[in-house]
Design a protein around this ligand. Structure first.
Ligand code: RB5
Length: 154
């Protein structure tokens, strides 16, 4: 995706207290790349409960308010659990750039989840860049598999 295309797009971010510092770095990087950023983080509320932030972000992505979002909590697990319960959301918890690339290429992930408080192999901003820079492959087998996620009865 080019920087120009990104300039016309808005992306949501959110974190709890444990993901706050990484979320701030992510937000800055997104703004540097030209994205308009909507931050759902509830700093004034103490931001202790990741579902209070992750669920509204995931619902907004599912409604189509944002093409993509980035969520951060301590491990990334809580944000993954809550956002993947919203139909239409494909949230990818990524520890490294390869996961980020493959989550876009194969799974068309629409939410990137990054851990904020545990050691991971690649730097969070490198993971973010890999995720932003990788398009969905559009390959028929991947389109089919993604369809099957949301249509288990078929
Ligand atoms: C908060 O202490 C921590 O539990 C939260 O950030 C997250 O890691 C949960 O999955």
């Amino acid at each position: 995706m080019s920087e120009n295309k990104e300039a016309s797009q808005v992306i949501a971010v959110g974190s709890d207290h444990a993901g706050f510092a990484v979320k701030e770095a992510v937000k800055k990087r997104l703004q540097e790349r030209g994205w308009r950023v909507e931050d759902y983080t509830q700093v004034e509320a103490g931001a202790g409960d990741y579902p209070q932030v992750g669920r509204p972000v995931a619902e907004a992505v599912a409604r189509g308010d944002f093409p993509r979002a980035v969520l951060v909590c301590g491990t990334g697990l809580g944000m993954s659990y809550v956002s993947n319960r919203v139909p239409g959301v494909r949230a990818a918890l990524c520890f490294n750039c390869e996961f980020a690339r493959l989550s876009r290429e194969h799974n068309d992930s629409n939410i990137l989840v990054i851990p904020g408080r545990v050691a991971i192999p690649d730097p969070p901003l490198a993971i973010l860049d890999a995720w932003l820079d990788t398009p969905f492959s559009q390959d028929e087998r991947h389109v089919r598999r993604i369809y099957q996620i949301d249509h288990p009865e078929e």
